[in-house]
Design a protein around this ligand. Structure first.
Ligand SMILES: [Mn+2]
Length: 441
């Protein structure tokens, strides 16, 4: 649908700033008498009347001459019985909110320029994601590439982890034809500039050289000496930050990119429920009409391979509930995504406040995935308190994860047997929940 040309009729004295704002949206005709106003031809989108020119007679005359046209009167005290289709608006307020909106866009545009300068000289740059790239990370990388006006050859999107296994993520990559490269530490030297999205330099220890830019929504952890850094913890997704950048810089957003970003925001905020703020909702609303909803449904419906169903069945057989916590032990698992999937499933059990699923990957790491009902103590904080000292641990308010090396686990619990791990995890969480109950007291 093509936008109809907008035409505005201004009658009387108005701030030239207001005139400027409207002329960005369409044609403005500005007259200084009612006679001139009634001499115009054609339709108007809105007629704006200065308060000194307004009376109920004037509104009748305008109505006759320009039927079905809304009238806005500036700063006029609203009469007891306002005529239909006339609105009385304090213009200084409109101006203020417009100005702050424009100011925000202008500031963001300047940030985009800074970001572009950081990477402009690179022949081949790397957009690096965390070890288990999720839709938010992948979509953010695509958005950054579009923002920097680069392509598959000049900006490689990569990660240093294992092959992607979570079915939704595999489907996203396949259906949206996303080129995500599995890299080794030794490949990093081949790039002349590095950008991180949805992750921060300290996550990688000391394997990275100087980082050009960081865009993320996780709390800042460790030092960050990158040239450009945009860390906004109030946002539910990194995709939201990048959508803001794309909009401010007026970069055209393709259907593929819009679909990715919508999916990124959706998964990181669990459909705008978890840790979402008005920016996430606004970005989502802006992108949604441009996304391919059919593809989105296919991505979200991605099936679990039948071979992995068995693993779920065995895991569920090994569950126990105590103090409102459901525990599921998955034992040794081939694919890490099965653990968070199981935690998601567990929190749906009636009467449960917390869901804890854990398993051992590659015979080398214990992964613990935690969910809570959302109004309890922050899952991220609980997991950090419990496991921050022995492994990497953290997350959001209602979802969190800990990764602990098996050798460390053996040191703590004496042995690495399933029974020992089960006892240890149960005891740790049990005490955390008791403390929580005391706090809420
Ligand atoms: Mn994210």
């Amino acid at each position: 649908m093509q936008d109809e040309l907008k035409r505005y009729l201004f009658i009387g004295d108005f701030d030239s700033l207001l005139h400027g704002l409207f002329s960005k949206r369409g044609e403005v005709i500005w007259v200084s008498s009612m006679e001139e106003a009634l001499n115009q031809t054609g339709h108007f989108t809105i007629i704006l009347v200065d308060k000194n020119y307004f009376s109920s007679n004037v509104s009748k005359e305008i109505n006759v001459h320009y039927p079905n046209t809304p009238i806005i009167v500036s700063d006029y005290e609203k009469p007891a019985e306002p005529p239909p289709s006339v609105r009385f608006v304090p213009f200084n307020e409109i101006l203020l909110s417009e100005i702050s909106r424009e100011e925000k866009l202008a500031r963001t545009e300047l940030r985009v320029e800074e970001l572009r300068r950081v990477h402009c000289d690179a022949k081949k740059m790397l957009i690096l994601l965390h070890y288990n790239p999720d839709p938010d990370a992948i979509a953010s990388a695509l958005a950054l590439r579009a923002l920097l006006k680069r392509n598959r050859q000049t900006a490689i999107i990569g990660h240093l982890g294992e092959q992607i296994s979570r079915p939704e993520n595999v489907a996203m990559i396949e259906l949206l034809d996303i080129d995500l490269e599995e890299l080794d530490n030794s490949d990093i030297k081949d790039f002349d500039s590095i950008a991180l999205v949805d992750v921060q330099p300290s996550y990688f220890g000391d394997i990275l050289p100087e980082v050009g830019s960081v865009i993320d929504h996780h709390p800042q952890v460790g030092p960050n000496k990158s040239k450009f850094s945009e860390i906004r913890t109030e946002e539910g997704a990194t995709s939201t930050i990048l959508t803001g950048f794309l909009r401010a810089a007026q970069v055209e957003i393709s259907e593929r990119l819009a679909t990715s970003l919508v999916y990124g925001i959706k998964t990181d905020t669990v459909s705008l429920n978890r840790d979402a703020n008005p920016d996430d909702v606004e970005a989502f609303t802006f992108l949604y009409p441009q996304a391919n909803l059919g593809l989105l449904r296919r991505i979200e419906r991605a099936e679990i391979p039948p071979s992995e169903l068995k693993c779920f069945g065995q895991a569920l057989a090994d569950h126990w509930i105590s103090n409102g916590i459901i525990f599921v032990n998955l034992g040794r698992v081939k694919r890490e995504y099965l653990i968070p999937k199981m935690a998601d499933f567990g929190i749906q059990v009636k009467g449960v406040d917390w869901s804890v699923a854990f398993g051992v990957i590659n015979n080398s790491y214990l992964i613990i995935s935690v969910r809570n009902v959302g109004y309890k103590k922050s899952a991220g904080r609980v997991v950090r308190d419990l496991f921050g000292e022995v492994g990497s641990a953290g997350g959001h308010r209602s979802a969190a994860k800990a990764v602990i090396s098996l050798s460390k686990v053996r040191k703590i619990v004496g042995k690495g047997s399933q029974e020992h791990i089960k006892k240890w995890v149960t005891k740790r969480f049990g005490s955390a929940v008791v403390e929580e109950a005391e706090e809420l007291g």
